[in-house]
Design a protein around this ligand. Structure first.
Ligand SMILES: Nc1ncnc2c1ncn2[C@@H]1O[C@H](COP(=O)(O)OP(=O)(O)OP(=O)(O)O)[C@@H](O)[C@H]1O
Length: 237
């Protein structure tokens, strides 16, 4: 509780960079009788890549949704950049990468990536240039003029990742793409996202069933029956 109090202190800016950018403390979430999260705790440092591993149904997606402020926890708290999500901030939160569903089907892929950049104030031409560079970086060159409906699952996920990463987020929460494509493609896509997140200094929390993804990350934690039960956590947490 000492830690959460420190993180939640509002007012004066911290004198040094925060040690933790995103943290969950004892998060519980049920769907009717189904307990998806049963007191999950996790702390993420700025810029690190953390894989949250777990069997199907372990609660990985639910944890990401709570961390992203898309779902409100029944109990416990989520703190992002020193602010309690769902309480002090009811909208906004870390960027959530879920894949193809994030893309507008009536816009080309370049327009999809440029859209949030335009909202951030970039002029049309600059936004287009940045979007094209991000599509290249994510391994989707040549997708710019195509529409989401014309892409494979892997390509759609890469384009969705470009829409998120182009905005230089502090934290990206990425759900496991393995359900939607074959293992090799899912690994390839995941690695591209991981490298791109590192390149812009974004922390990445990646849900994964597959252990091989963890080899490229800074650390991994294991989620079982809605609790973080294993993995190397940050000392002192
Ligand atoms: N909207 C919902 N309504 C009812 N139950 C849900 C809902 N969302 C999740 N659950 C249940 O919560 C539990 C955790 O689901 P969750 O999707 O978070 O697990 P997961 O680890 O991401 O699984 P997977 O690897 O299959 O994606 C499961 O028992 C699931 O059936």
């Amino acid at each position: 509780m000492q830690v959460s109090t420190r993180l939640c202190q509002a007012g004066s800016p911290p004198s040094r960079p925060p040690r933790v950018v995103l943290a969950a403390f004892g998060v519980r979430k049920s769907f009717g009788p189904y307990v998806a999260l049963d007191g999950a705790s996790l702390a993420i440092r700025p810029g690190e890549a953390v894989v949250v591993r777990g069997e199907p149904g372990a609660g990985k997606s639910t944890l990401l949704m709570c961390l992203a402020n898309h779902l409100r926890a029944d109990a416990g708290l989520v703190v992002y950049q020193g602010v309690r999500l769902g309480v002090e901030r009811t909208s906004g939160g870390p960027a959530l990468l879920t894949g193809a569903a994030m893309l507008r089907p009536d816009l080309t892929c370049a327009e999809n990536v440029a859209r949030p950049l335009r909202r951030m104030g970039l002029r049309r031409r600059a936004a287009r240039r940045v979007a094209t560079a991000w599509l290249d970086r994510l391994g989707a060159p040549g997708c710019g003029r195509r529409y989401p409906g014309e892409l494979s699952c892997g390509q759609s996920h890469r384009v969705a990742a470009a829409t998120v990463l182009a905005t230089a987020p502090r934290v990206v929460l990425a759900d496991d793409p393995a359900e939607l494509m074959d293992r090799g493609e899912a690994l390839d896509v995941t690695r591209s996202v991981l490298e791109a997140a590192r390149a812009v200094g974004a922390a990445l929390v990646l849900a994964a069933r597959d252990a091989s993804v963890a080899a490229d990350a800074d650390r991994q934690v294991l989620l079982r029956e809605g609790r973080v039960v294993g993995g190397r956590e940050i000392p002192g947490w």
